[in-house]
Design a protein around this ligand. Structure first.
Ligand code: SF4
Length: 373
C-alpha cells in the first residue's frame, strides 16, 4: 500500500468522521441518497434533509412510487433541484431495469440518471467495499495541492491527470476507510480558503505546503462570467392566500412552485397591476381581474440576485395585494396554466425554490419587512 493511502487510512481511523447518519448503513439506497445530497452541500445542511427524506421514502420502491411533487417538496431548500428529479427518475429505473434492487457495480450505477463516475464509485465502495476511485470537488482539491498540479482544474487534461492519480493511489484493501478519509480531509482539513496543514497527514510531502502558498491551488478556472437572466415575479396576494405557478419541467426550478413570472419586467406599478389583472383573467377570474385593475395595491420589492450554476438570476418582485371581496374561483383555466392559490400557512411545506420561499416568508402576517431577500 502506498504511503499516501496508509496516511489517509490511519488519519481517518483516528480523526475522521464516524458518526454521520449514513455511515451506520451499507444499504446502497441510503448511501446513494447521502452522496447525492452532499453534492455541493455541506454535511450540517444535509443531515435534517436526509432524515426527513428517509422517513418519507425508506427504500427505493417508496421513492419510485412517490409523486414528483412530494419528492421536490422534501428537497425544497437544498437547491440544485435537478438532483431530486434525477433521483426520482433513477429510482423508477431501478424498479424497471434492476427489479427494484439497487445495483452496487460502479458501471451499472453510473448508467442511472444523476449518478456520475465519482458518485457511482462512492456508493460501490461504501456498500460492498468495491475498489473504485472517487474524485469529488473536495478530493480534487487535496490532490491538486498535494501534487501542486498546475492548470485549469476543469480542463480535460488536468481531470485526466487527477483520475489517473485517484486510480493509482487506491489501496488494495480498506477502501471504505480510505475513501472516507479523502472525503473528510477535503471537507475538514484541506479546506478551500484555510487549509489546516498543521494537522494534515499529507503535510510531510505536500508540494503546495512546501511552496508556502497552499491556497494557490486549485488554480483559477478559465470560464466566462455567468450570463444574467431577469426574473420579474408577481406576488399576488388575496387575504391569506398567494398565487403560485408550477414551473415547467425543463428550465430553471423545473417542477417547483413559484410566484408567476412576467413575460417582461414591469416598468411601473401600473404595468405590474396590468400584468396581474391579465393573469387573473387568463385564470378565469374576470371579476378579480377587474377588481385588481381598479383596487389593488402594488409595490416594488427589493431587487436581488441569486446565483445558479449557469445563470445569475436578477429577481425583481412586485407585490400585488388584491381586494379580498371575492373568493378565488376553482377553474379549469387555473389547472391549464398550472396556477394555484396557496394559503400562506401551507407554503412552508410546498416545493419552492429558496428565493421564492424567502419572499413568501416576507408575506406572512407577522413578517416585519415583507419581501426583503
Ligand atoms: S498539507 Fe495543507 S495543502 Fe497539503 S494537502 Fe494537507 S491541508 Fe492540503
Amino acid at each position: 500500500m502506498s504511503a499516501f493511502a496508509q496516511r489517509v487510512i490511519a488519519w481517518q481511523r483516528a480523526h475522521g468522521r464516524h458518526d454521520l447518519p449514513w455511515q451506520a448503513s451499507r444499504d446502497p439506497y441510503r448511501i446513494w441518497l447521502s452522496e447525492v445530497m452532499l453534492q455541493q452541500t455541506q454535511v450540517a445542511t444535509v443531515i435534517p434533509y436526509y432524515q426527513r427524506f428517509l422517513a418519507a421514502f425508506p427504500d427505493v420502491a417508496s421513492l419510485a412510487a412517490a409523486p414528483a411533487e412530494q419528492v421536490l417538496a422534501l428537497w425544497s431548500g437544498l437547491g440544485y433541484y435537478s438532483r431530486a428529479r434525477h433521483l426520482h427518475r433513477a429510482a423508477n429505473e431501478v424498479m424497471t431495469r434492476f427489479g427494484g434492487s439497487m445495483p452496487t457495480d460502479p458501471e451499472a450505477l453510473a448508467s442511472l440518471p444523476g449518478i456520475g463516475r465519482s458518485t457511482a464509485a462512492a456508493i460501490a465502495v461504501f456498500s460492498v467495499g468495491e475498489r473504485a476511485a472517487i474524485l469529488d470537488g473536495n478530493v480534487k482539491r487535496v490532490f491538486l495541492r498535494h501534487g501542486a498540479i498546475d492548470g485549469d482544474p476543469g480542463s480535460g487534461a488536468v481531470l485526466a491527470q487527477l483520475w489517473a492519480l485517484a486510480q493509482a493511489r487506491l489501496p488494495a484493501s480498506d477502501l471504505p476507510a480510505y475513501t472516507q478519509g479523502l472525503m473528510d480531509l477535503g471537507a475538514t482539513v484541506c479546506t478551500r480558503s484555510r487549509p489546516a496543514c498543521g494537522r494534515c497527514p499529507l503535510a510531510v510531502d505536500c508540494r503546495a505546503l512546501a511552496s508556502a502558498r497552499p491556497t494557490d491551488w486549485p488554480q483559477p478556472r478559465r470560464r466566462p462570467a455567468a450570463p444574467r437572466r431577469d426574473l420579474p415575479l408577481l406576488l399576488i396576494r388575496r387575504g391569506d392566500a398567494v398565487l403560485l405557478q408550477r414551473r415547467p419541467e425543463r428550465g430553471i426550478w423545473g417542477g417547483l412552485w413559484c410566484p408567476p413570472v412576467c413575460d417582461r419586467p414591469p416598468a411601473s406599478a401600473a404595468e405590474a397591476i396590468a400584468a396581474a389583472a391579465d393573469l387573473l383573467v387568463a385564470l378565469g377570474e374576470a371579476d378579480a381581474g377587474a377588481a385588481c385593475a381598479g383596487g389593488a395595491t402594488v409595490r416594488a420589492l427589493t431587487v436581488f440576485e441569486h446565483a445558479l450554476t449557469h445563470f445569475r438570476l436578477v429577481i425583481a418582485p412586485w407585490q400585488v395585494d388584491l381586494p379580498v371581496a371575492s373568493a378565488p374561483a376553482a377553474t379549469g383555466a387555473a389547472a391549464l396554466i398550472d396556477c394555484r392559490w396557496w394559503p400562506l400557512r401551507d407554503c412552508a411545506d410546498a416545493a419552492l425554490p429558496v428565493p421564492a420561499r424567502r419572499l413568501l416568508a416576507g408575506l406572512a402576517p407577522d413578517a416585519s419587512s415583507p419581501g426583503e431577500p
